[in-house]
Design a protein around this ligand. Structure first.
Ligand code: ADP
Ligand code: MG
Length: 263
């Protein structure tokens, strides 16, 4: 029997070139001219005002939505549909309420016809990775919001994704739980080396987590297509202290990029 180490992901590179998306019937592109290359194992956060096209970008990466111009590549392949190489986590946990925690996590590998023993190993490892071994036989409704979101993360980890795509994953959680989840996600990223693209409203969350922060501006509601204004590298040493002047300086800089008109 092959034992897969918990770290057995093969992080993928993401390449977006001149990417644009116009929804049917819309007068403007929701996003336009998106050029972005993300290294394997990199942690990228996307910030920007509501409506600037963050979710559109993520849904294209996930394969739920197709671009109307340009190219989107993950690993060696063009994105044409959803796939187990890209795990997606949304704000609402999307768990199956009639399955236990362990069954929710095993669902993906079972769908992919991974042999039973390996599915069990993966499930156990994913449970351990998010600290939920104790509640493996509980049902989602018996868990707190933070725990449910851990299940959602474990569920995609069990597919051994090359890329983790997260859209406001902690948006529904209280502040304290959110802080805990951020630290756990940072540890998970360090342990697995998976490539992460995370959308957030919180600039603090972005500066805490990201290697680079993609700042988007514009948006159909503001009369212009959403686009990348700037990509800000965050070079602060990891396990970042949100209270240092350097951290705050970085936050202020990104806030200014989001809010000062987007020219
Ligand atoms: P964000 O996530 O940054 O708030 P979205 O990507 O959700 O932005 O939306 C960007 C723009 O595209 C908005 O103007 C929104 O109304 C529009 N939009 C999003 N989804 C659809 C859709 N399925 N059909 C038509 N327009 C959409
Ligand atoms: Mg959104």
């Amino acid at each position: 029997m092959t034992i897969e180490p918990a770290t057995a992901v093969h992080p993928a590179r993401i390449r977006l070139e001149r990417l644009a998306k116009r929804y049917p019937g819309a007068a403007l592109d929701a996003v336009t001219g998106i050029d972005l290359e993300i290294d394997p194992g990199e942690f990228v956060c996307v910030v920007g005002a509501s409506g600037c096209g963050k979710s559109t970008l993520l849904r294209i990466l996930a394969g739920f939505e197709s671009a109307t111009a340009g190219t989107a590549i993950v690993g060696a392949a063009r994105i044409t549909r959803p796939g187990p190489d890209r795990g997606v986590v949304f704000q609402d946990y999307g768990l199956f309420p009639w399955l236990t925690v362990a069954e929710n996590i095993a669902y993906g590998p079972r769908q992919a016809r991974i042999p039973r023993a390996q599915t069990r190993t993966r499930t156990d490892e994913a449970l351990a990775a998010v600290g939920l071994t104790r509640v493996r036989d509980s049902f989602p409704h018996q868990l707190s919001g933070g725990m449910q979101q851990r299940v959602a993360i474990a569920r995609v980890l069990a597919n051994r994704p090359a890329v983790l795509l997260m859209d406001e994953p902690f948006g529904a959680l209280d502040a304290l739980t959110r802080t805990t989840m951020q630290a756990e996600l940072e540890r998970l990223h360090r342990d697995t080396g998976v490539t992460v693209v995370l959308i957030t409203h919180s600039v603090e969350e972005a500066v805490y987590l990201a290697d680079r922060v993609v700042v988007m501006v514009g948006g159909v509601a503001h009369g212009s297509p959403g686009r990348i204004r700037e990509i800000v590298p965050v070079t602060l040493p990891r396990r970042r202290d949100t209270s240092t002047p350097e951290f705050n300086e970085c936050e202020r800089r990104i806030d200014a990029l989001i809010h000062d008109g987007g020219s």
